[in-house]
Design a protein around this ligand. Structure first.
Ligand code: AMP
Length: 206
């Protein structure tokens, strides 16, 4: 089973995908994490796009993701988070005969998105996602897994959030029509608690 986790920035694609990946025992391909790790390298050219909330050019991201999802690890299925994000990226998957069983479209009102983004913290070392109230670490400001000091993502500031939402509306949301025509889009209320969202996803995947 191949699944895309879709939705606007801050809806909880990452937190949902990680948990779903554990429940279904399927690899989670987190495009944003892969690019953030790449951007940590000195003089990396991705940083200037990501810090502004802009998409990294298709040619850079597509090759990396295609390589991952066609690898041996993903043979039995995978959860794709943050890809495709442009019609070109969706075309590339089609051209390479990568088929999907479901596109899980997480939806929530803007107030919920803003609240989630403003409270989000991330571990700079292992990319674990926290939220000050919804997914708090055991020790405030410290990663449960590796003990690193949690940080706010550089693109989780109001001016950049605005760019990311605009990019989503202009470049990413139109892809839903493409998958909608295939009849595989499953709309899920992403404003519920994480465990309830997971139950709803598992129910539509049955
Ligand atoms: P995310 O962690 O999914 O919110 O992604 C963080 C940032 O990584 C985005 O704002 C983009 O700059 C970049 N990014 C993630 N996925 C893609 C993609 N499919 N195509 C281009 N850029 C991407």
């Amino acid at each position: 089973m191949n699944i895309i986790i879709f939705g606007q920035p801050g809806i909880g694609k990452g937190s949902t995908s990680i948990r779903l990946s554990k429940k279904l025992n399927m690899p989670h391909i987190a495009t944003g994490d892969i690019l953030r790790d790449e951007a940590k390298k000195p003089n990396n050219k991705l940083k200037k796009f990501m810090d502004k909330g802009l998409l990294v050019p298709d040619n850079i991201v597509s090759e990396t993701i295609l390589k991952k999802i066609t690898s041996k690890d993903c043979k039995k299925g995978f959860i794709l988070d943050g890809f495709p994000r442009t019609p070109n990226q969706a075309d590339l998957l089609e051209k390479n005969s990568v088929k999907f069983d479901a596109v899980i479209n997480l939806e929530a009102p803007t107030e919920v998105i803003i609240e989630r983004l403003s409270g989000r913290l991330i571990c700079p070392k292992d990319n674990t996602i926290y939220h000050v109230t919804n997914i708090p670490p055991k020790k405030p400001g410290i990663c449960d897994k590796c003990g690193s000091k949690l940080v706010k993502r550089k693109d989780d500031i109001p001016s950049v959030i605005k760019n990311r939402i605009n990019v989503y509306i202009k470049d990413t949301k139109p892809i839903l029509d493409f998958y909608g025509k295939k009849g595989i889009v499953k709309n899920i209320d992403g404003s519920k608690e994480l465990e309830k969202v997971l139950d709803d996803i598992l129910a539509v995947l049955k």
